[in-house]
Write a protein that binds this ligand. Sequence first.
Ligand code: 13P
Length: 288
Amino acid sequence: MLVSASEMLKKAKAGHYAVGQFNINNLEWTKAILLTAQELNSPVILGVSEGAGKYMTGFETVAAMVKAMDESLGITVPVALHLDHGTYDGCYKCIKAGFTSIMFDGSHYAIDENIEKTKELVAVAHAMGMSIEAEVGSIGGEEDGVVGMGECADPAECKAIADLGVDMLAAGIGNIHGKYPANWAGLSFETLDAIQQKTGEMPLVLHGGTGIPEDMIKKAISLGVAKINVNTECQLSFAAATRTYVEAGKDLEGKGFDPRKLLAPGFEAIKATVKEKMELFGSVGKAE
Ligand code: 13P
């Protein structure tokens, strides 16, 4: 069931758990995530970066595939189709394409411009029944060409953006896209606590979910995080399982080269990673 992310995140914040956003790249990713959410009776958010959208030949293709697959698989749990780190133009493209949720990442603009553009997009998204995420302070590292320095957000600026009526707020708290370096200082819970105190009921978003230790994930949820984004970890599990298959020479046995066979171990690996994350985030059984 394709829905906006608004209700599922309000429930998550009130119930002290988080909904996972898992980024998709193709049919295998989408099917693995949808089936796992259904099996675990968990709400889920499918994230689409602008780079992944382009790879899949455009947001229209993505929206058509996700809608059709959601129906043909008989998915009844709430699923939001969400633009990840959208530009101003990208947001309008996804609104037109039929996404159910967008993220406008205006974190690289001066705060006044971020506020102005976010405010406009909140009005447009809500008029279409879509949810919208905004960002303050940047997420470190690189994701599909979006590079951030990783500075912690200013809680006063977070409040200014939250007051625009966004449905979820991503705030930099020392989190990084991709693998965390060995000398990573960890999440700044002091910043997160200050942000939650200023923004109250606002569901907060933790980007860079790959590789954050379990205790930090649990503490972040206890301090108001209601959505956690995971991308790299599914890519790593898919690649490792595919490597094992090929290195064992399975693609050379019988019809092991058939893409449906070749991609099957990676598909199962994505399912296992998504399951592990949903259990950790506490969203299992929370679809109703
Ligand atoms: P990771 O790739 O580090 O899991 O981050 C995902 C993310 O934050 C998507 O916006």
